[in-house]
Design a binder for this molecule. Structure first.
Ligand code: URA
Length: 234
């Protein structure tokens, strides 16, 4: 994407627009080994090399963040909504056009990916890509083998029959559910068909990436390259 140099620097570093203007006026910014004279000068971001003073800036093409989502936050990109998960991001990421790759309900916790890469988000979300999502679920009545069998056959909801899913019974009221699609309130509605109410819902896995044990509720960090690969595995 072609962008103004001050925007590229602002998105890729912690410098403010005012500081960037100053750096440029002091002849401290080089793009593609040429001195940048004006903040408005435009460059193609994907192949730019950038130096500020003596420091080479490592240009990040896209950002992939993992969040252990707490309750009370919604998967909206509307920053005016103070409950948006985007308000949990450190400020340096808020300058980019980040969005949650997939929705979790306000009262659902767990693994959420926030990125600025639309194609990546599509690849892990589209039902025809079959990327699995695993949820730990607690319901208000005992989990039954009938539920397990019906989940495998495909539960009928008012917007059509769900794809076959796996329900592993882990306790009297608890289960792990694996889905390969993501409809609105899907797990709550699936259990609802059996008269059950979901009390706790926690996403623990996308693709082959499990929620890291050391990522506490509310914590966010960048995905490692290996995690990025795991998440796209089927
Ligand atoms: N299913 C739901 O009902 N809610 C979620 O947040 C995710 C899956």
């Amino acid at each position: 994407m072609i962008k103004r140099i001050d925007r590229i620097i602002s998105e890729q570093t912690t410098y403010s627009r005012k500081e960037i203007k100053k750096l440029i006026s002091k002849d401290m910014v080089y793009a593609n080994d040429e001195l940048v004279k004006r903040p408005e000068t435009k460059f193609e971001e994907k192949d730019i090399s950038l130096r500020i003073g003596n420091e080479d800036i490592d240009i990040k093409k896209n950002i992939y963040l993992i969040l252990n989502k707490p309750k009370g936050f919604v998967s909206t990109t509307d920053l005016i909504n103070e409950n948006s998960v985007l308000n949990l991001l450190p400020e340096k990421y808020q300058k980019r056009n980040m969005f949650p790759a997939g929705r979790l309900d306000k009262d659902t916790t767990g693994l959420m990916i926030i990125t600025d890469d639309g194609e990546f988000a599509h690849n892990i979300l589209a039902p025809n890509k079959h990327v699995k999502k695993v949820y730990e679920v607690t319901i208000d009545i005992p989990v039954t083998t009938t539920m397990k069998e019906e989940f495998e056959k495909g539960v009928e909801l008012n917007d059509g029959v769900c794809k076959s899913s796996i329900l592993n019974i882990t306790g009297e009221y608890t289960a792990e559910v694996t889905l390969t699609e993501g409809r609105y309130h899907q797990i709550k509605r699936m259990f609802g068909r059996f008269g059950a109410t979901v009390i706790e819902l926690n996403r623990i896995c996308i693709g082959n990436l499990y929620l890291p044990k050391d990522l506490k509720i509310g914590e966010i960090r960048e995905l490692t390259e290996n995690e990025l690969l795991l998440i796209q595995e089927k």
